[in-house]
Design a binder for this molecule. Structure first.
Ligand SMILES: [Zn+2]
Length: 495
């Protein structure tokens, strides 16, 4: 059993402000990072921004700014989003960082070169600047990129190429055997059938005259490293790769401790880069492969893709401001299936807020706190409650083992629902006898609920621990312990 856990989000492209989809990815990764931390593992959680490439350069031009200036400002907004969502990332890597990121990219490039996997060739192809990728005819719909609805540019140039074709067999085996596990299975099958069609070598650089904004190819200043080839390496440089003492050492102690990544959390639109190109790059550089790719879907709005033209783009900052961080975390984690597409509308959000948070969780916590305020309670639980809790924990653990965060939160919801039923049944407001029978059991239940919520809704968990008058670091509240409860503010006020 390893006692380290390294998790990453994809790094966000800085050509546009943060959207709700990236909020989802941050929160999903945060839950898993916190969970492993709470289990006592040494954890590292990396996120960051992808700042090179033509799209960023054009966005900067559009804003009338220098690329450096533009990406600084945008990266700041992504860091702010992580703070707004109470995300516990341990670091934030930016690919334009010439001290932290570039040396590792150069070292990595040289590794590929030493393996004989980089060569220079003439290339003519169709390039979608939206994807920052060359497209095959078979990728297009009606001659357009299906993701960007644009006709790709015909590009003819001399580039460096990466011998992706060489790794077809090995990738098929590794993914088929789950040595690199792709979750969910539908995404794994999608990748395997893509690989089975045959892998072609990929362009790994662009002429510098067209793309001056990026890492220069080592030993070939006329070329810039392809944005993806530079961006993917962030998973290594973010933990110190390229900064080891001496020439041949690959990285710092942090790198040695944490690589390989245990989980890369990514969106389905960048699956091929992470499931095909990235592992091939790592094989070429003779580095260990990540263990799991956890692939989420897209968030739609009333069934439609969010777009500025339709005017249905959800601003994650506004929604957090209005409803509170844990309400947003709850919706993203529970209502958006962890590995499938989901839907976000403010109406639906409000419905879920009212039924699940205000009327269920908030109600239970409020009731118990009101009943138990300033009382000395010796915590205790009857047989039936212990049975229910045991089942809830088992369901919760199984959901996490399957990386179904929605189901983990669903298990907590059910347990909370049982708590409310218990209150109805035992009527603790009817006299001292009822009160003293129910309260020690309700306090025990609430302690369990707070523990379950700790990685998912950390602020809510902390508030519950506060109301129970216990220290969240104290893992041993339970049977027989005495507490003094406090009444706090309502957790989820009704709108
Ligand atoms: Zn595209």
């Amino acid at each position: 059993m390893s006692n380290k856990f390294y998790i990453t989000t994809a790094i966000a492209y800085t050509n546009a402000p943060p959207h709700i989809g990236f909020a989802l990815e941050l929160v999903q990764a945060d839950v898993l990072a916190r969970l492993h931390g709470l289990r006592g593992e040494k954890r590292f959680f990396l996120t960051g921004t992808d700042e090179h490439g033509r799209k960023n350069m054009q966005a900067a031009q559009g804003a009338g700014k220098k690329p450096e200036e533009f990406v600084d400002e945008m990266a700041g907004r992504f860091e702010k989003l992580a703070r707004a969502l109470n995300v516990s990332n341990d670091d934030f890597i930016r690919t334009s960082d010439q001290d932290r990121h570039w040396p590792g990219v150069v070292q990595f490039w040289k590794q590929l070169q030493e393996s004989g996997d980089l060569y220079k060739a003439q290339y003519e192809g169709l390039y979608c600047s939206g994807c920052e990728a060359f497209k095959k005819q078979s990728d297009l719909e009606d001659g357009m990129c299906p993701d960007h609805g644009k006709v790709p540019d015909r590009v003819k140039e001399e580039n460096w190429f990466f011998r992706l074709s060489k790794y077809q067999k090995e990738l098929t085996r590794i993914i088929g055997a789950d040595e690199l596990r792709i979750v969910p299975d539908t995404r794994k099958n999608e990748v395997l059938s893509f690989i089975a069609q045959g892998l072609e070598d990929v362009s790994f650089s662009r002429p510098r005259r067209d793309l001056p904004w990026g890492v220069p190819v080592p030993g070939d200043d006329a070329q810039t490293i392809y944005v993806w080839a530079d961006a993917l390496v962030n998973y290594l440089t973010g933990i110190g790769y390229g900064h080891g003492p001496g020439d041949r050492v690959q990285g710092t102690e942090r790198f040695e401790t944490f690589w390989p990544a245990d989980i890369h959390v990514i969106g389905k639109d960048i699956l091929r880069f992470h499931a095909v190109i990235w592992p091939a790059m790592l094989l070429s550089a003779r580095l260990t492969l990540p263990k799991i790719l956890l692939v989420h879907g897209h968030i739609l709005s009333a069934g439609k893709k969010m777009s500025k033209t339709i005017g249905n783009v959800v601003d994650p900052f506004a929604i957090v401001e209005k409803y509170g961080v844990d309400a947003v975390r709850y919706f993203l984690l529970k209502e958006i299936p962890t590995t499938a597409d989901g839907d976000f509308t403010e109406d639906r959000f409000l419905e879920v807020y009212t039924s699940s948070l205000a009327n269920n969780l908030g109600n239970l916590v409020g009731r118990i706190a009101a009943l138990g305020k300033d009382q000395e309670i010796t915590v205790q639980a009857g047989q039936d409650i212990q049975e229910v809790a045991k089942r809830a924990w088992a369901e919760y653990e199984a959901a996490f083992a399957a990386l179904r965060l929605d189901e983990a939160l669903g298990a907590v919801d059910k347990f909370v629902g049982f708590g409310n039923e218990f209150v109805e049944r035992t009527k603790p407001w009817e006299g001292e006898h009822n009160l003293h029978g129910a309260l020690p059991q309700l306090a025990w239940m609430l302690g369990n609920i707070a523990w379950m919520l700790a990685p998912l809704l950390p602020e809510t968990a902390r508030k519950i621990f506060d109301q129970l008058g216990i220290d969240p670091g104290d893992t041993a509240l339970w049977e027989g312990e005495s507490i003094k409860m406090k009444k706090g503010a309502s957790l989820f006020p009704r709108f």
